[in-house]
Design a protein around this ligand. Structure first.
Ligand SMILES: [Zn+2]
Length: 243
């Protein structure tokens, strides 16, 4: 009996790379349609699997069976739950990036977290004259699986590498209404994605480090830990009144 997963998590085999590519091509029209409808964050596993043929389904089942201990995931498991019913759509977030108007795709947050974000942002605007936008809010575990497959090519098809940057489904705080994360971006389009320091140097970031906890938000992946540093990623943990 072979206990090790059939998938090489250090680097996918050539046939497995082709299979990932094939799945992405198969899913492309579905993902495009949902992107156009601005509803990618609520994609379910049933919807994802319904678009795949038997071979593609079988491959993803193998994928799901990977022994996660092998992946050496540093971040906590947050659970797999269905998309919450009270998601609020955040539309029309408009920024000016290098002189050009840019509108962010619609984002979603559970109602409670959305309300707290509004409070936080209103206070930041009062203090700094500017606030932060939600670049990424809620996204389902199924969409997270799609993103993981999509971004593997950027990490030489090594799952061990990819999961340092794209969470394994169930580990993403973006899919966890109880620990809901927000990726912030500022009004000039700075999100730290290619240069963490750019975000870290913002007055908006300094303000967050001093004030976010008053609104129940905490920095999930701080500097100098064994997790990948993400200064833009804050999760809602709720406000405690005890002092
Ligand atoms: Zn994030």
């Amino acid at each position: 009996m072979v206990l090790a997963s059939e998938i090489n998590t250090s680097k996918l085999s050539d046939p497995d790379i082709l299979m990932v590519e094939r799945i992405l091509v198969t899913l492309d029209p579905f993902i495009k349609a949902r992107t156009d409808a601005e509803t990618t964050p609520s994609i379910t596993f049933a919807e994802l699997y319904a678009h795949l043929d038997n071979e593609e389904n079988a491959f993803l089942k193998k994928f799901e069976a990977i022994d996660l201990a092998e992946l050496n995931i540093k971040i906590p498991y947050r659970g797999m739950v269905d998309p919450p019913k009270d998601l609020v759509a955040i539309k029309d977030q408009r920024m000016v990036v290098k002189g050009e108007n840019k509108k962010l795709p619609t984002q979603f947050l559970p109602k409670k977290v959305y309300d707290k974000y509004l409070e936080l942002n209103a206070t930041m605007k009062k203090d700094l004259g500017k606030g932060l936008y939600v670049e990424s809010g809620y996204r389902s575990a199924a969409y997270q699986l799609y993103l993981l497959l999509f971004y593997m090519k950027n990490h030489d098809y090594s799952l061990k590498e990819t999961v340092k940057y794209v969470a394994w489904p169930g580990y993403s705080e973006h899919g966890s209404p109880e620990h809901q994360a927000i990726d912030f971006i500022n009004g000039e389009g700075i999100n730290g994605e290619y240069n963490t320091k750019e975000f870290e140097d913002l007055p908006e970031y300094a303000w967050l480090t001093l004030n976010a906890s008053k609104f129940g938000f905490v920095l999930s992946y701080p500097k100098n830990t064994d997790m990948t540093y993400e200064p833009w990623h804050w999760r809602y943990e709720g406000v405690t009144n005890s002092r």
